[in-house]
Design a protein around this ligand. Sequence first.
Ligand code: F6P
Length: 341
Amino acid sequence: MRIGVLTGGGDCPGLNAVIRGVVRKGIGQYGHEFVGFRDGWRGPLDGDSVPLTIASVRGILPRGGTILGSSRTNPFSIEGGVGRIEACLDEQGIEALIAIGGEDTLGVAKRLNDSGIPVVGVPKTIDNDLNATDYTFGFDTAVGIAMEAIDRLHTTAESHHRALVVEVMGRHAGWIALHAGIAGGANVILIPERPFRIDEVAAYVTRRFETKYACIVVVAEGAQPADGDMSLVTGERDAFGHVRLGGIGQRLAEEIEARTGKEARAVVLGHVQRGGTPTAFDRVLATRFGVHAIDAVHEQDWGVMVALRGTDIIRVPLEEATRQLKTVPDERLAEAEVFFG
Ligand code: F6P
C-alpha cells in the first residue's frame, strides 16, 4: 500500500517518534511505501509531499518538532478543499492517510474518512485534552518544562519577596497548569474549567507572604475571572476559529500587586513548553502509537484513532475521540487546592 502521513496543528515533542514508528514498521514488517505531506492538511491540498523512507527517519526519535512541518490549515474552510485532497491522493497513488494531530486535525480526519478517504488517526497535543485517550504524548514533556521553570522561580521569588505568576498553555483545559503546579508546589493554580475570583487569589497570596514565603501562581492561558472583567484576547482567529490567547498572567500580576501591595511579576512560558526533545515517557508513547497506527492501516481498520487505555494501546472510533474535550474534573483540582495559599 502507498500511505500518506501528515502532522497538523500545534507541534508537539514526540511527533517524529510517531513518524519513525509508522515508517519503520510499515516498511520493515509490511513492505508498504510512504510519503510525508508537508505542513498538515496544506500538504495534500497543494500536492506537497516528500518520500518517507527508513533512511529519512533515521536519527529523528529524540528530535522535537516535526520533520514534516505543521499548520492549522482546515480543508473544510477552503472552497473545493476536499476535492483538491481527493485529486492529490489519486494523482500520487495514495491509498490511505495517517493523520497525527489534535482535536482539529482529527476532526478533519473524521470528516474525510466519512467522505470515503481511508484515514487512521494518532492523537497529539501537549494540552492532554483529547477524549478517549488517557494521555497524549507531548504533555509529559510540557509539564516537565513548566515544572522546572516553577522550581527556578521559587528561589528568585523568595529572594525578592515577590509573587510570580507563571502563565502556561491550555486554552480550554488546565491539565498542564494542574500537573506542573502540583509538581512544582505552586500556591495557587488557575484553570479554564473553574473561573477564579481575584479577591480569593489575592487572599491566598497575602496568606502565603504571612508565612514568610513568596508566592507562585500558575495560570493556564485560558483561565478566566468569574466576573469576566479581564479582556484577554487579541481578537485574531485561526482557521478553526480559535482565538489567540495570552495576557492573563500579566493582568493577574497587576491585580495581585494592586490588591496585596506585594510586588508581582508575570512569566509567560509560551512555546518553550512545546519545543525541544521529548521525555522518555513521550518517546515511548509516541513510538507505540506509531507502530499501532500502521497495524490499523495494514488491517484496513479505517476511521479509528489509536489511544492509551491504562497501559494498553487500543483503537477507538475517530468520532469518539473528537466528540468532546477532556477537561479537568473538580475532584482533581480539589487535590491541588490542599496546597493553596
Ligand atoms: O494546542 C496546543 C497549543 O499549544 C495550545 O496549548 C495553545 O493554546 C496553542 O496551541 C497555541 O497555538 P499557536 O502555537 O498556534 O499560537
